[in-house]
Design a protein around this ligand. Structure first.
Ligand code: 13P
Length: 261
């Protein structure tokens, strides 16, 4: 059985916040994080606010992430941003394969794999997102889809590299819809993901893997979700744009963490 880990709480701000808004939001999260030492915090602002966020988190336990990266380190790729640039901007993490990138920007398992390699080259920890659409779930293809996304994205990834990544299960039908997976649905899927990882990397590595849940996570559902064994934290969208709700999600997860060791 996977051991309980400190709640890993990441906020994906997507295409929101000016620099001033980012500074204020990160400032509040930094202040609150001092009293919530049992959680790990990551903020993932838009590129334009990374510098403000990096200054504001300095000396705090809050870590910084980018929302995407290109697979080359530099070159004539107008509009792209690279791993070395994100590392230079103060990032420790980077999202890879978010469903919005897969659906709207042509991301595939093959490009996910290339971005994971690029992130690791720059000593960034990729947060690799996978998830099925509503049509895929309703037609009974969830396991196939997740299995394929994992096999393709993690193809050729050795165990040492695997230990650097974080996985995020985000059912597409739960993102921004207010329709959260039930704790039982999320747990069933996350347990499936961990079993797949166990087949590939063995019991110890898979039980150490951090597997996040994302999709309409709110203060009201965070406690029940985190009580599930295979949910190690959250990738939060909408509710991460307000410091109070993001912090409350962390507090709820910590409450569950202390109860279900
Ligand atoms: P919501 O929390 O707004 O559903 O977004 C989830 C998400 O996509 C985080 O990456």
């Amino acid at each position: 059985m996977a051991p309980r880990k400190k709640p890993f709480i990441a906020g994906n701000w997507k295409m929101h916040t000016t620099r001033a808004e980012a500074r204020a939001l990160v400032g509040e999260i930094v202040r609150a994080s001092r009293a919530l030492a049992e959680a790990e915090f990551v903020v993932i602002p838009p590129y334009t606010a990374l510098a403000e966020a990096a200054e504001t988190i300095a000396g705090s336990p809050v870590a910084l992430g980018g929302q995407n990266l290109f697979w080359e380190d530099k070159g004539a790729y107008t509009g792209e941003i690279s791993g070395p640039m994100l590392a230079d901007a103060g990032c420790d993490f980077v999202l890879v394969g978010h469903s919005e990138r897969r659906q709207d920007f042509g991301e595939t398992d093959e490009t996910v794999k290339k971005r994971i390699a690029a992130a690791l080259r720059s000593r960034l920890r990729p947060i690799v997102c996978i998830g099925e659409t509503l049509a895929e779930r309703e037609s009974g293809r969830t396991w196939d889809i997740l299995g394929t996304q994992m096999a393709g994205g993690l193809d050729g990834l050795d165990e040492a590299s695997f230990r650097r990544i974080v996985l995020a299960y985000e059912p597409v039908w739960a993102i921004g819809t207010g329709r959260t997976a039930t704790p039982a649905q999320a747990e069933e899927t996350q347990a499936f993901i961990r079993r797949q990882l166990e087949d590939k990397y063995g019991k110890e590595a898979s039980s150490c893997a951090i597997i996040l849940y994302g999709g309409s996570v709110k203060p009201a559902n965070a406690y029940a979700l985190f009580r599930e064994r295979n949910i190690d934290g959250f990738l939060v969208g909408g509710a991460s744009l307000e410091a109070a709700s993001f912090i409350e999600i962390a507090a709820e997860a910590i409450k569950a963490f202390k109860e279900v060791k």
